[in-house]
Design a protein around this ligand. Structure first.
Ligand code: PNW
Length: 493
């Protein structure tokens, strides 16, 4: 949309508040003015993070563990997918990955050196139920028991994700995976089994990692396991079944976990950023957040699909009952948010939806992965919208990070100053959020170490620690020192 088509008055209307827009363009807003504009409670941006802020790192089972044929583990849809020719950029797979399954003690020492007090890992469903359901593998939780005990011995809190995309292949073959609500029920049974055995020591559980990516990349575009390209109605049914699986798991976790257990989703919400921070654009970005997450997060937090979601879906709307929605919206203790990039910059508009999504110019900057647009303010707006829209009182940033080319310099050090730049800017925005009272309790950096980056194989390295995939040797990058300093000062450097 060419800028010169707008008169100044029209621009003011689009920007939402012409007086503020004008003052921002000329002199920049004073703090008090912006306070009023954003409704901020408290704008201390220089004093660091709250005292009890929880710093951590994150990984997921298939991306780090390896040991795919050990101790009775069954195959997952990611084993099958990665071994299918043409699916993974570098023709690799997670058979050995970083060998975290055997090197976890060493990895926990890396966490300790960073000064992290929390670790988010995922449990491989096919280790626990090799057939997806039925008889549990007697050795299925041994590794996680060892891992959890070692974490606690090192004063690191375990945060377990129950599903990070490694569905037992048997459920895909037998039930059609997430196209069937029987998979949602099997997920709840698995969740019950795990919490019954781990919740004496693990107090925080995430149900499903990133419904949105598993639905779209796995079932619409075929770029992730199980590699399906389903019709629009089937895709919406899959999303509904995943949401139902989340809700059933929340109930199962509460019924089987010990007192004090906490549970929530870990979602990469569709991120909507006000293009210019005016009250009208901020409101428009909130409306967009609610609508563009209507199939999952909004349903979880409101117990309904929005009218606009159902109207837009039309005959492709998912089939569901009122009881399903009650289950999906079972009370949760926190919302986990994976925050990587801006999905949309939003401008208030006089249309039915109340907003326009600005198209991205070709020149918009990105990190090494071309999908990973650099937009630090995403880290401020996503938790803020979630807290404000749904009155959520506890939020964890369950993932944030970037890949880089990570070439060692002549002295052998990986000076990953692009990752440091990214983290510094995103964490500055997170500090802005917490200092204004947005209830973010902790942050899990993705990732502790380089790992199997799904269809990008080992070509996209997201780690604070470099992994040599021949020797499995871990070496801290410069960003590990940056993170250690940030944690030590509890403030962005
Ligand atoms: C997440 N996006 O994926 C996953 O949870 C991790 O397993 C993965 O390794 C990590 O982020 C890095 O990719 C995402 O396009 C992939 O917005 C893409 C997006 C978000 C998250």
């Amino acid at each position: 949309m060419p800028f010169k088509r707008f008169s100044r008055r029209q621009f003011g209307r689009i920007a939402g508040w012409s007086a503020l827009a004008t003052s921002m363009l000329s002199t920049g807003p004073g703090l008090a003015q912006l306070d009023e504009a954003t409704g901020a409670r408290n704008r201390k941006t220089s004093s660091g993070f709250p005292n009890d802020f929880l710093w951590g790192t994150a990984t997921s089972a298939y991306q780090v563990e390896g040991a795919v044929n050990e101790d009775g583990r069954g195959p997952s849809i990611w084993d099958r997918f990665a071994h299918t020719p043409g699916t993974i950029a570098d023709h690799s797979n997670g058979d050995t990955a970083t060998n975290h399954y055997h090197l976890y003690k060493e990895d926990i020492q890396l966490m300790k050196t960073l000064g992290t007090k929390a670790y988010r890992f995922s449990i491989a469903w096919p280790r626990v139920f090799p057939e997806g359901a039925g008889s549990p593998n007697p050795k299925g939780l041994d590794f996680y028991n060892r891992l959890v005990d070692e974490l606690l011995a090192n004063d690191i809190k375990p945060f377990a994700t129950l599903y990070h995309w490694d569905l037992p292949q048997a459920l895909q073959d037998r039930l059609g995976g997430w196209t069937s609500r029987d998979t949602s029920k099997a997920f709840a049974d698995y969740a019950a089994h795990v919490t019954g055995r781990l919740s004496d020591r693990v107090k925080h559980f995430f149900t499903i990692n990133e419904c949105s990516r598993l639905v779209h990349l796995g079932h619409e575009f075929g770029a992730d396991a199980p590699g399906l390209k389903l019709s629009p109605s089937d895709v919406k049914q899959v999303r509904h079944n995943v949401a139902l699986g989340h809700g059933l798991a929340v109930q199962a976790i509460r019924a089987n976990g010990q007192a004090g257990i906490r549970v929530g989703p870990a979602e990469n919400a569709v991120s909507c950023i006000p293009a210019i921070e005016t009250p009208a654009n901020i409101r428009a970005a909130e409306i967009a957040t609610r609508e563009l997450n209507a199939g999952y997060l909004t349903a979880i937090l409101e117990g309904e699909y929005t009218d606009a979601y159902l109207a837009q879906a039309g005959k492709d709307a998912p089939k569901y009952t009122a009881e399903d929605l009650r289950i999906i919206s079972s009370p949760i203790d926190f919302v986990g948010l994976n925050v990587y990039m801006p999905d949309h910059y939003v401008v208030a508009a006089d249309n039915e939806r109340g907003f326009t999504l600005a198209p991205f110019p070709k020149s918009f900057p990105h990190m090494k992965a071309t999908w990973l647009r650099t937009g630090p303010e995403t880290m401020y707006w996503v938790p803020r919208h979630v807290a404000k829209l749904w009155n959520v009182k506890s939020i964890y940033i369950t993932e944030n990070g970037t890949s880089g080319s990570d070439q060692p310099a002549a002295d052998g050090t990986i000076y990953d100053v692009d990752r440091i730049m990214y983290l510094r800017n995103y964490l500055t925005q997170l500090q802005r959020a917490t200092s204004e009272g947005v209830p973010v309790l902790g942050y899990f950096l993705w990732s502790l170490m380089d790992n199997f980056e799904w269809s990008d194989g080992y070509e996209q390295r997201f780690g604070l620690h470099h992994v040599d995939f021949e020797t499995r040797r871990r070496t801290p990058k410069l960003s590990a020192a940056f993170y250690r300093e940030t944690i030590a000062r509890n403030a962005v450097m």
